[in-house]
Design a protein around this ligand. Structure first.
Ligand code: TIU
Length: 227
């Protein structure tokens, strides 16, 4: 078997073989990144998240070239809202909430325009898309079955938001025995200070939740493996 790729990262080198790794792109949906969606309904400045698009696109291209599995996730609910807990529905007491009609369709509902992944990061045919009703991508989904079925033990995580869905997924993955690297510039938060703290939490304590590296170094190494 060939030697694994060595990716310089914090707190120390992250190793992976492309065939045993997956890039997981979390919730890069219009509902979080564009006006009139869920993120805006929560009172956020959605422009804060756009910085992650370019870095994710570079690593996505490199992961595809290296033959890595790419998985996309979307947060959202069934049109009848039967998978939406009362707690999640009422949280925040906002005027517009999940299931209400907005300019991109019903907020955070599957099949609506707002629920879709932004054009810049559109899934390719045969790339699994995981529809998740929670913040974590393992909760109430078949993500774990897909990863185990392919013998995958290493994950590169990116997407939005750093401290909410990315961190929840990271923590779920850790307790299931996966090694995770988070792309520092391929994640973003509505709150820059939360982004920085969330990244620091990953690699502190010897990498208590995993590893952190920038998109350029990761993309360069994956591109080197592809050539
Ligand atoms: N509100 C917020 O920061 N995030 C979410 O509600 N979902 C995700 O992070 N995807």
């Amino acid at each position: 078997m060939s030697a694994p790729l060595q990716i310089p990262a914090a707190p120390y080198e992250f190793t992976l073989r492309p065939a045993e790794a997956a890039l997981i792109i979390i919730d890069m949906q219009r509902d979080f990144l564009e006006q009139g969606g869920f993120g805006a309904a929560l009172g956020n400045d959605v422009g804060q998240l756009r910085s992650a698009i370019g870095p994710i696109a570079r690593v996505l291209a490199a992961a595809r070239a290296a033959g890595m599995l790419v998985i996309h996730t979307r947060e959202g609910h069934r049109p009848d809202l039967s998978d939406l807990s009362h707690a999640k529905r009422r949280r925040g007491n906002f005027a517009m909430g999940i299931g209400d009609a907005g300019p991109m369709g019903r907020i955070l509902v599957r099949g609506e325009a707002g629920h879709g992944i932004i054009d810049e990061l559109a899934p390719a045919p045969r790339e699994p898309v995981i529809d998740k009703p929670g913040k974590g991508a393992f909760f109430a989904t078949d993500l774990e079955a897909i990863l185990r079925g392919r013998g995958i033990g290493k994950l590169i995580l990116c997407g939005v938001t750093t401290e909410v869905c990315v961190h929840t997924t990271l923590r779920e993955a850790n307790d299931r025995g996966f090694d995770c690297l988070v792309l520092s510039d391929g994640t973003a938060s509505y709150f820059p200070e939360f982004h920085q703290s969330a990244l620091a939490m990953v690699s502190a304590q010897g990498g208590i939740f995993g590893w952190v590296a920038g998109s350029d170094i990761v993309a360069n190494i994956l591109n080197g493996a592809a050539s």
